[in-house]
Design a protein around this ligand. Structure first.
Ligand code: ZN
Length: 61
């Protein structure tokens, strides 16, 4: 496994309204994390990050 240093900080955006909610860095990986859009539509969405990129999952409304 190659350890990568974080070089960039990226905003987590809400998949519904694109509001910037949280910051992750480019080494992040996560799924199964649920966030509530606090700066926009206030809906809940799953945060999925693969290899430092947010995967926008569009959940059926
Ligand atoms: Zn939102």
């Amino acid at each position: 496994m190659i350890k990568k240093l974080a070089t960039e900080r990226i905003w987590v955006v809400c998949p519904y309204c694109k509001a910037k909610n949280t910051i992750y860095d480019d080494t992040a990986n996560c799924h199964g994390v649920f966030l509530k859009c606090t700066r926009g539509c206030k809906r809940e969405f799953e945060l999925v990050i693969k290899n430092g990129k947010q995967i926008i999952k569009t959940v059926c409304p």
